[in-house]
Ligand binder design. Structure first.
Ligand code: FES
Length: 107
């Protein structure tokens, strides 16, 4: 398997209902993860894009959280509908999706 050009980390952390930090699991991260997998598979992008689910990455209040390397761009409040845009514009087009970027102070 070749080294991917981009690596996407999707937070799939879950926490008990009522936890003060909430979690990405309560904000639709499973749908986001599935959509990345489906899109990567449907477009045969496994040689370009790595995909990994992770635990908490920090900005829980802005979940679902998605982190893209090598740039180190953190996206917040990502919905299933945003996945195609992230793939097309950032992962394939090298232009991060500004409207979804989490400010560095929130990390
Ligand atoms: S639970 Fe997803 S960033 Fe904390």
């Amino acid at each position: 398997m070749p080294k991917p050009q981009k690596h996407v980390f999707v937070c799939t952390q879950n926490r008990a209902e009522g936890h003060p930090r909430g979690s990405c699991a309560q904000k639709g991260c499973a749908e986001v993860m599935n959509e990345f997998m489906n899109q990567i598979q449907a477009n045969n992008l496994f040689d370009k894009i790595g995909l990994t689910n992770t635990g908490c990455m920090g900005p829980c209040m802005l979940g679902a959280s998605v982190l893209v390397y090598p740039e180190g761009v953190m996206y917040g409040q990502v919905k299933k509908e945003d996945v195609k845009t992230i793939i097309d514009e950032h992962l394939l087009g090298d232009q991060p999706v500004e409207r979804l970027i989490v400010p560095a102070e929130v990390w």
